[in-house]
Design a protein around this ligand. Structure first.
Ligand code: ARG
Ligand code: ZN
Length: 477
C-alpha cells in the first residue's frame, strides 16, 4: 500500500523504461545469435497485456521455477541458475523468457545446449530440437551480475534493492525479471523452489515454507518452497540480518516473521503482533486462508527507494526505510487481505489490478470500523469527496497510474455500492465466494461483473456503468 503523499509524489512521471523492440539487442556477454531465428515457430514476446506488451511470453505455460541463487552482499553480485519447467502450448522452435540486465551463460533445454539472444528484456531461447505442443520441457539458464533496480513510469522503484547488508526483491508489476528469467506476467502462475546461498551470519527469507537450511564453507543455503501457484510479481527474496519469530495463528497456521533490526521499532512490533488476529478476522470474512504459511518481512531499504509495502505471497514486505514506523496495522490489514485478493485470485492482466487494490482498500475500511474507528460509510464518503478518486475509471489505469487513487479508492467504492445494491447478506456471500471460486487462479473485471450478476436478481448494469466504467463523478454517493 502507498501513503497518499507517496502516491502524489509519484505522479511526476518519468519515461517508460521497459519498452523495447525486437530489432535492438541487449547488452551483456554470453549471448549467441540464434541461427536462424526465422522460420521456426516462435512463442510471442509478450502475452498481450494492454499496459505491458512485453510482459510474459507466448507459447508455453510454466509450472515450476527452481531458482538456485547465490548472493555476495559486498559486491552486490547475484549468481543464479533458473530451472524452468513448462508445457508448450504450441509447437516451438524458439521462445522467450523475460530478463532485465544480468549476463546469461549456459542455457539448456531438456539437457541439450540451446542458443540464445538478448533483445531488450527478452531472452530468446532456441532449443536444439523443436518442442511439440503439449510437451513438458525443462529450460536451465545460468546467469550472473549485479541486478538492476527498475524505475517505473510512476517514478517508483522495483526489482532488486540493495540494502546495507543484503538485498530485497520487489516485483510489482514487472521487477521479477531483474533477478530471474521468467514468464513475467501474472497470468502464468507456478510453484517455486528458491534456494539462496549467503555468507554465514546472514539470513535469506522468501515465500512459502523453509524446506531446508544447510551450511558449508562459510555459507548458509536457505531453501524456500512455494507449492501453491504464485505469480512472478509476488516472489520475493530478502537477504540480510533479520530477527526471526516463528509462531502459529489460533487456527494453527505457521507464521514466519523476519524483522531487520534497524526497522524494529515498538510500533511496528505492536502491529506485527496483530497478524494472527487479522488473519483470523479476514478468514472469517473471505474464507479459508489460501496458503500453507503466513508472516511478514520488515526490511530496511535505502531511504527514498522503497516507500511502499508489497503483498509478496505468504510474506508481505514492509519497506522500513528511515521514516515513520515500518509497519502500521492498517497497512498490515491491507497486505494480508491481498493474500486472498491478488495472490490467490490473481489479476489476469494489469488493468484488472483494481480487483486487488479495491478489495484491499475496502478491507482497510472494514477493519477501521471493526476497531471502533471510522465507519465504512465515513471512509466511503472521504474517498468520494477526494477529487483524485475520479481521475479515471478503476479498470482503466496506464503504466504510470497503476497505483493511483482510482484503482484503490474508487475500486473500493465499487464494492461499497455493491453492498448497498446486493444487501448485506449477498455482499457477505460475495466476499467469501469470489476468492473461493477463483482460488489459485486468475480473474478479470468481466469475470467479476458476471460473478456479481449471479448473486442477485437485480440488474447491476447501471451500477457498473456509473461506478466502474463511468468517466465522470457520480452526483452523489
Ligand atoms: N500492491 C502494493 C500495495 O498496494 C503497491 C505496490 C506499489 N508498487 C510500485 N511499483 N509502486 O499493496
Ligand atoms: Zn495493495
Amino acid at each position: 500500500m502507498l501513503s497518499r503523499a507517496v502516491r502524489v509524489r509519484w505522479r511526476a512521471a518519468v519515461p517508460l523504461l521497459l519498452a523495447c523492440c525486437l530489432s535492438c539487442t541487449g547488452g551483456g556477454s554470453g549471448e549467441g545469435v540464434p541461427t536462424p531465428l526465422r522460420g521456426a515457430p516462435a512463442g510471442a514476446p509478450g502475452v498481450g497485456d494492454p499496459l505491458f506488451p512485453q510482459a510474459g511470453n507466448g507459447g508455453y505455460d510454466v509450472t515450476h521455477y527452481g531458482l538456485g541463487l547465490s548472493y555476495d552482499p559486498a559486491s552486490g553480485r547475484l549468481t543464479g541458475t533458473a530451472t524452468v519447467t513448462a508445457t508448450a502450448t504450441t509447437d516451438l522452435g524458439r521462445f522467450d523468457l523475460d530478463l532485465a540486465g544480468l549476463t546469461v551463460g549456459r542455457v539448456t533445454v531438456d539437457g541439450r545446449p540451446a542458443t540464445t539472444a538478448r533483445s531488450g528484456t527478452e531472452l530468446v531461447v532456441r532449443p536444439a530440437a523443436r518442442l511439440t505442443r503439449g510437451a513438458r520441457f525443462v529450460t536451465t539458464v545460468a546467469y550472473a551480475g549485479v541486478p538492476e533496480l527498475l524505475t517505473d513510469p510512476d517514478g517508483s522503484h522495483e526489482g532488486w534493492f540493495r540494502t546495507d547488508d543484503g538485498a530485497v526483491a520487489l516485483g510489482e508489476p514487472v521487477g521479477a525479471m531483474t533477478w530471474f528469467p521468467a514468464n513475467n506476467h501474472p497470468s502464468d502462475k507456478a510453484a517455486y523452489d528458491i534456494t539462496v546461498s549467503v555468507p554465514d551470519g546472514l539470513n535469506a527469507v522468501s515465500n512459502g515454507e523453509l524446506a531446508g537450511r544447510t551450511g558449508s564453507a562459510g555459507r548458509t543455503v536457505f531453501h524456500w518452497r512455494t507449492t501453491e501457484p504464485m505469480a512472478t510479481y509476488l516472489a520475493t527474496v530478502a537477504i540480510g540480518h533479520f530477527r526471526i519469530t516463528r509462531s502459529r495463528t489460533p487456527a494453527g497456521l505457521p507464521l514466519y516473521v523476519a524483522v531487520d533490526p534497524h526497522s524494529d521499532d515498538p510500533r511496528s512490533a505492536a502491529a506485527l503482533r496483530h497478524i494472527p488476529e487479522i488473519l483470523d478476522w479476514e478468514s472469517g470474512l473471505f474464507g479459508r486462508y489460501p496458503f500453507a504459511s503466513g508472516g511478514a518481512i520488515v526490511a530496511h531499504l535505502p531511504s527514498g527507494q522503497g516507500g511502499y509495502a508489497l503483498e509478496t505471497q505468504t510474506r508481505p514486505v514492509f519497506p522500513g526505510d528511515s521514516g515513520p514506523p515500518a509497519v502500521d496495522t492498517t497497512t498490515l490489514v491491507h497486505e494480508l487481505s491481498h493474500q486472498w485478493f491478488g495472490d490467490s485470485a490473481t489479476p489476469r492482466s494489469w488493468p484488472d489490478i483494481w480487483l486487488n487494490e479495491g478489495f484491499a482498500t475496502y478491507t482497510e475500511w472494514l477493519w477501521q470500523e471493526h476497531e471502533g474507528g471510522s465507519s465504512v460509510a465515513r471512509s466511503a464518503a472521504d474517498a468520494f469527496a477526494d477529487p483524485a478518486t475520479w481521475a479515471f475509471p478503476p479498470a482503466d489505469p496506464t503504466p504510470a497510474t497503476l497505483f493511483d487513487p482510482p484503482v484503490y479508492q474508487r475500486g473500493a467504492l465499487v464494492l461499497y455500492e455493491l453492498r448497498r445494491t446486493l444487501g448485506a447478506t449477498a455482499f457477505a456471500t460475495l466476499l467469501r465466494t469470489w476468492p473461493a471460486a477463483h482460488r489459485y487462479g486468475n480473474v478479470s473485471t468481466a469475470d467479476f461483473t458476471a460473478f456479481c450478476g449471479r448473486l442477485t436478481t437485480k440488474d447491476l448494469t447501471p451500477l457498473f456503468a456509473t461506478w466502474l466504467y463511468g468517466r465522470t463523478k457520480p452526483a452523489r454517493l
